[in-house]
Design a protein around this ligand. Sequence first.
Ligand SMILES: [Zn+2]
Length: 251
Amino acid sequence: MAKVIILGSSNAIPDERHENSHMALVNDERLVLVDCVSNPIVRLRQAGLDIENITDLILTHFHPDHVSGVPLLLMDLWLLGRQQELRVYGLDYTLDRLETLMDLYGWDTWPRFFRVEMIRLAEKEMTLVQETDQWRILSSPVSHIIPNIGLRIEFTDSKKVFAYSCDTEPCSQVVQLANNADVLLHESAGSSWGHSNASQAGQTAKEASAKSLYLIHYPNGKFKDNNILTKAKEAFGGPVRLAEDFMEFEF
Ligand SMILES: [Zn+2]
């Protein structure tokens, strides 16, 4: 059974119950992290996942609320004695900066550090990220402040589709990624540059003919808006829920 596990649902300002947005894609053979923040080893353990089983890491874009946990993830895997290579997927913009960051941490001086294979994704629509017996993962550039990707995961056995907008203004690429998706996980950070509000998320779900909409990357704390579900429902017409930390989707 393939699963998507939400590891964090907040926008860039987290609180006690909402970590920055990131998630795990799990099947019998793979544990794929989509973005990596905070203390990855702790977060994964809380979700019932073992950091040592990570096979792949997809990085959507190089903002701290999406990639701040990567140096610690790599260091902890190294200290745990990992030998298996780790595949890291992202756009050139993202992976160039990750390499610079890791150079600052002196990763070339870490003895017997495992191999990290950087897989550079084309910045074009419906790029194949990974294909296995159990799923196909596709990416498209979305409309954010810096280069960023959204994702579409097509599950082989269940024939279900999960789409993730990541951080973006409304754009045709997300509509395409979410075309007829069973679940569209869409950001709702608000009406600021490079982001969408809840009613725009609902509008995108409608245009894509998605079957359900889950809002993620929403504000908490003093910027919390209690009306985002209502606004998204008005625009979409279909089922809408808030994504929460540790929520699981089975496919
Ligand atoms: Zn961002």
